[in-house]
Write a protein that binds this ligand. Structure first.
Ligand code: F0G
Length: 459
């Protein structure tokens, strides 16, 4: 690999979408109307949209061509078979059930495998994943390594499972109470941090001994494979595609939000090797998603995903994708802005606890910082802290997680390096006036996944 030379995007731009710039006064009004929740802004009022990398990728000309090949048959669409081929070839699982997006697959997996009172270990949690586990009667247990909870710790594999935490759980509750471990690639809530292959091998051995399944959250696992190639001994000569297949070969199935690695705007799937589980998933699919050969996806979207999967495992794609995120992160570090280290795959996470230490966690520093960044320049980011973590079901108190972060999430193949420079300047401006920033009060709190719809006022 010619890694000494600067990377550049392995594509050129064929079509553009114009952006709107707003005045500070317009933004002041927009964020007030949105209850200081960036999820409730109109995208028309946003200049650079870093809310999420989910469903926001730019599709390639090959994917748009695939859209025209949609076979919208209710049953047995040829696009389903193309997607099945792509999943078998690049992820290695035998059986595929499409779903409308990732959480459809999580719902399916949780309802099929979890019984009331079961324990579901995970390398940290994702919001929708944990909620579906809890709704199925499961109790989530965090078994990620301690380094993951420390934003300034430079450990290269902060997505690793702490094997001793996993062993302790098995001895405390018994393996028969643990149907599977939920293993996420490039752990989103930890800052987009990978697990290592060595860690997965250890986990695999332990889980096989105790008959515990490993269910992968494959949403950003091609990106995890790239980090293994870059950081782990013995993998530098393997391609991202080969590493991804090796990861999947040690797992029993996956849930996938295809809106991230998959380079499409909508879609997801459940995949597994076991025939009986597959049959149950197909049957569950007809009740909640759609017939098992489309599961809530249009034929054309399945075809675009089949192409997107193939593009997502190309080394030069990942080098440019993660290279852009690294560029943003390095510029922020140069500007002395505290961010989660090491730089992750899909986003830069601002450390709101360090930036706004005078704001108590129950006054939502990360929510506040995201609102201030929008006010500054029209950049939309996302809170990943006390609001996202929700309340402890037992005590009813805010969970007050160790990580109180603002996520600047980079859509794939969408923004340029110049956009990244504007982001750095805007964050630096907010940082300069951080002492004058006050927290927020939550005035409306929805029952589930409150961060999407909660409303706030200034303190
Ligand atoms: N798993 C992970 C790791 C995710 O990041 C997401 C979504 C899901 C599952 C759920 O998938 O949205 O297709 O239903 N993450 C988005 C984000 C929402 O912005 O991080 P979905």
């Amino acid at each position: 690999m010619e890694s000494k030379r600067s990377w550049a995007e392995p594509y050129k731009i064929k079509m553009v979408e114009l952006l709107k710039m707003t005045t500070r006064q317009e933004r002041e009004q927009a964020i007030e109307e949105a209850g200081f929740n960036t999820f409730l802004l109109k995208s028309d009022d946003v200049y650079i949209d870093l809310l999420t990398d989910s469903g926001t990728s730019a599709m390639s000309d090959r994917q748009w061509a695939a859209i025209m090949m949609g076979d919208e048959a209710y049953a047995g669409s040829k696009n389903f078979y193309a997607l099945e081929d792509a999943v078998q070839k690049f992820y290695g699982y035998k059986n595929l059930v499409p779903t409308h997006q990732g959480r459809g697959a999580e719902h399916m997996l949780s309802q099929l495998l979890i019984k009331e009172g079961d324990y579901i270990p995970g390398n940290m949690y994702f919001t929708t994943t944990r909620l579906h586990q809890e709704r199925a009667g499961g109790i989530f247990v965090d078994v990620i390594v301690d380094q993951a909870h420390r934003p300034q710790d430079d450990f290269p594999f902060k997505g690793n499972v702490d094997i001793s935490k996993m062993e302790k759980l098995i001895s405390d509750v018994g393996a028969d109470k643990i149907p599977y471990i939920s293993l996420e690639g490039n752990v989103n809530m930890a800052g987009g941090q990978p697990f290592s292959m060595a860690n997965l091998k250890e986990l695999y051995t332990l889980c096989r001994q105790h008959d515990i399944l490993i269910m992968l959250d494959a949403t950003r696992t091609a990106e995890n494979a790239y980090f293994i190639q870059q950081r782990e001994d013995g993998y530098s000569d393997m391609s991202v595609a080969e590493i991804l297949l090796e990861i999947c070969s040690m797992t029993d199935g996956c849930t996938m939000s295809a809106k991230k690695d998959g380079l499409v705007n909508i879609g997801g799937f459940f995949a597994c090797n076991d025939t009986e589980l597959y049959q149950k998933a197909q049957n569950f699919c007809v009740v909640f998603e759609g017939l098992h050969t489309y599961g809530g996806m249009a034929g054309r979207d399945m075809q675009a995903l089949a192409v997107g999967i193939e593009e997502s495992v190309q080394d030069n794609h990942q080098q440019a994708r993660i290279g852009q995120v690294e560029y943003l992160g390095m510029q922020l570090i140069k500007a002395d802005i505290p961010i989660v280290r090491p730089i992750g795959s899909h986003a830069i996470f601002l450390d709101a606890k360090q930036i706004l230490p005078h704001i108590d966690q129950d006054d939502f520093p990360a929510q506040t910082l995201a609102a201030e960044l929008y006010l500054e320049s029209g950049i939309r980011a996302m809170e990943r802290g006390n609001v996202s973590a929700g309340r402890d079901p037992l005590t009813g108190n805010n969970r007050r997680p160790e990580l109180e972060l603002v996520r600047l999430t980079i859509p794939r193949r969408v923004y340029t390096q110049a956009h990244m420079d504007v982001v750095v300047e805007s964050v630096a401006e907010v940082y300069k006036r951080r002492q004058d920033i006050k927290g927020l009060t939550m005035v409306f709190e929805p029952e589930y996944l409150r961060f999407f719809q909660a409303l706030f006022t200034r303190k």
